[in-house]
Design a protein around this ligand. Sequence first.
Ligand code: FA5
Length: 346
Amino acid sequence: MALADFISRCDALAEQAQKAFASADSADALEAVRIEFLGAKGGQLREAQKGLGKVDKADKPAAGKRFNEVKNQVERAFAESQEQLASGKSQAVDTFDVTIPGQPVRIGRLHPITQTIREMKDIMGRLGFTAVEGPEIEDDWHNFEALNIPLSHPARDPLDNFYLGGETASGGSDSPLLLRSQTSTVQIRVMENTPPPVRIISLGRVYRPDTADATHYPMFHQIEGLLVDRGVTMADLKSVLRLFCQSYFGGDDEVHVRFRPSFFPFTEPSVEVDMNWRDAAGNSGWMEMGGAGMVDPNVLRAVGYDPEEVTGFAFGLGVERICMRQHGITDIRALYQNDVRFLEQF
Ligand code: FA5
């Protein structure tokens, strides 16, 4: 046998054995590989050694030297594998396969209601309205009394409000606390502490013991707007609401706002606000957005303003209903079920 053939057989054997030892991931697998390459009977090294006898005499020293090197390499590979298995470290773990696809990182996004609120703040901010906040736990004065809702008014009924312990208003308590039922409470807090002119919006959660259905939820959000200054009229109210609706829904289409006579204890006159808007499918119709009106002189007096000096308008719109209409959501409950498959569409 030519020396070159013997050496290449030895080299191939060394490579094969090293790979086999490296991938042995259990004691049994390692033993099987050991027997295959280092076994005293029929082991591949032993077989290769037999080839030494067939090498030309002159080449024998070089062939013998190469064989011994290969034998050492194979034995070392065996020892290393044995050591790694004993230390509990699988060689497979050391092998990092850069071609395996990574685990995708799911990107979070803002809740549709949060997006709606931010957009509303943005639009009203451009119209000069400053966003303010008020507490969600309110007292009788801010939720009812100062808003011209007297003790006998049905809006104070315990069945329509979340009172927090103690006596309810109709039970005669001086100052029951409750979860606010409307954001109009913030009007009072602002006017009590700020001399006119006032130009604010307030966006936040309100609570009513309404049974949840497709359009009602016991916790929902309102956007409240209030503008008090000299000479403010219903025309200003309508202009602001039209500009707001046009910016929020309009795009290129013209949006119309209409008022229907209504009643709220804290505004006179009071109206329901409807908006006409064409949706993506080309359907158009009137959609109710909320209530509004001119701030009742009794409310202005309650906060120390002079109704002969200043007038004001206020409006309160349902955020969920607007968000639902914008995105074609047909059930308000979907907004609060926290189903990621639903939420990740927005
Ligand atoms: C009010 O809450 C008045 N404070 C609005 C107002 C403010 C009038 C300032 C005048 C001046 P109303 O109860 O109609 O009004 O509620 C306003 C809007 O809140 C409704 O048009 C509706 O869009 C929304 N809304 C009412 N109840 C629920 C509910 N249970 N779930 C979801 N949205 C609701």
